[in-house]
Design a binder for this molecule. Structure first.
Ligand SMILES: *Cc1c(COP(=O)(O)O)cnc(C)c1O
Length: 427
């Protein structure tokens, strides 16, 4: 959609040559060329405000100048790019920075595992570790969960459509009700607790429970701190390991570096990916309590576990954003701004009975009827705002702006969203 008479961007090459599995291009029919901060430009020169941030892989925006500078210096001096899991100066620097800026200040003790460069790799390695450490096989996931597209991660995920895509039985995991599943009056941890206590429940003692603080793909349901604390307590009492999947909501998305900090729990294993490189480069971590770091050398291997370009930007991002609590406070004030903006959007369309969900800089509007959120996102895109839906029925409009977005751009995006919601309510 060009408003200045230039020809539409050439999308036909993707239709002719690329697999039908491509998905985001269908929601955002443009050919993108460059980006900086919260702004993305397509090949026709049209600009968009990015409220999607690579599904949470770009918490510090696109091509942050400080990260880019360090990356370009590293490449220019022939810094090693690929190294399997050999020792490199870039990896050493990252490990020290992560220890000093993230783990130590929070009193957290974890071994840092490099599981392969994607989120689902981190989840697979976490499940493998938990199973080996406990000698048990079953993993408990939750309704609405999303942990990745490989078989182990998918088996602990909720989405029926994505599970069907596996085309084989997904075994080794069961689903329990997430916080709020039966409404506000029911504490669903009681369900897990009762199953674990009851010898007749039919539930074998699990190796681990895996959970998300906010279900980024599962409709932005979020777990109350109190629920997370009870979950951790029940797990501890039964010797079940607690795995926090902080792939989408870690790295400051909810405010603190880890989303579980507000609950005050210490998961046994933590999965990080998406924004850990800070630059959108593939990288993932599995953080492991030292006494359950039980995999033998090479027992979980992979060619691309040493993405040194990602280590360089990851260390730079930690130094730039996590030396103090400035970013965390920024996220809190922007979160309030988003909540107010969403309340305005909601007030404009009371007949849709919109529900505001999420926390921090992962919030959204549930619009009930499936299809409406997709129409809102499309209308927003036509007006120059990139944002996606969430939920098994794609019924939630999800806002995931860069944490570093300036307040004026945040307001502009919220205004566009308000127009798009209004346009779709009228339609
Ligand atoms: C994106 C995501 C994953 C999977 O990460 P990939 O890099 O896409 O494999 C797992 N868990 C959560 C919560 C995610 O948001």
């Amino acid at each position: 959609m060009q408003d200045d008479g230039r020809p539409a961007a050439p999308l036909d090459v993707f239709e002719r040559l690329e697999s039908g599995v491509r998905s985001y291009i269908r929601a955002f029919p443009a050919v993108f060329a460059s980006a900086r901060g919260h702004t993305v430009w397509d090949v026709g020169g049209r600009s968009y405000i990015d409220f999607f941030s690579g599904a949470g892989a770009l918490n510090y925006g696109h091509n942050h100048p400080r990260l880019k500078g360090e990356l370009m210096d590293y490449i220019a001096r022939d810094g090693i790019a690929h190294s399997l899991d050999m020792g490199t100066a870039a990896k050493a620097e990252f490990l020290e920075a992560f220890q000093q800026l993230v783990l130590e200040p929070r009193g957290l003790e974890y071994r840092i595992m490099f599981p392969g460069p994607t989120g689902t790799n981190a989840v697979e390695s976490a499940l493998k570790l938990a199973r080996k450490a406990t000698g048990r096989h079953l993993v408990v996931g939750f309704t609405g969960a999303f942990h990745g597209m490989t078989l182990g991660a998918l088996s602990a995920s909720g989405n029926r459509f994505k599970r069907r895509g596996a085309a084989v039985p997904l075994t080794g995991a069961v689903s329990m009700p997430y916080d709020g599943y039966f409404g506000p009056g029911v504490d669903t941890v009681d369900c897990l607790r009762r199953y674990l206590e009851d010898d007749g429940s039919g539930l074998p003692l699990p190796a681990a429970v895996i959970y998300e603080t906010v279900q980024g793909e599962g409709g932005l349901h979020s777990a109350r701190d109190q629920w997370v604390r009870r979950l951790a307590e029940v797990c501890r009492r039964h010797g079940v390991l607690l795995i926090a999947d902080d792939i989408q909501v870690g790295c400051g998305r909810t405010g603190p570096f880890f989303s579980f900090e507000s609950a005050g729990v210490r998961p046994d294993i933590v999965c990080l990916s998406k924004s850990i490189s800070g630059y959108g480069l593939p990288m993932a971590l599995t953080l492991v309590r030292p006494d359950i770091d039980v995999l033998s050398p090479g027992e979980h291997n992979g060619t691309f576990r040493g993405n040194n370009l990602a280590f360089v930007t990851a260390a730079a991002a930690l130094r730039a954003f996590w030396s103090g609590d400035g970013l965390q406070r920024e996220v809190q004030s922007k979160a309030a701004r988003i909540r107010a903006g969403l309340a305005r959007c909601a007030a404009g369309v009371p007949e849709l009975r919109p529900e505001i969900r999420g926390r921090g800089l992962i919030q959204g509007l549930a619009l009930g009827e499936p299809g409406r959120a997709e129409r809102v996102c499309r209308a927003a895109f036509e007006r120059g705002l990139i944002l996606e839906t969430s939920g098994a029925r794609s019924d939630v409009v999800k806002l995931l702006p860069p944490l570093t977005i300036d307040p004026a751009a945040l307001d502009r995006g919220l205004d566009i969203l308000g127009e798009a919601v209004g346009a779709c309510a009228a339609a």
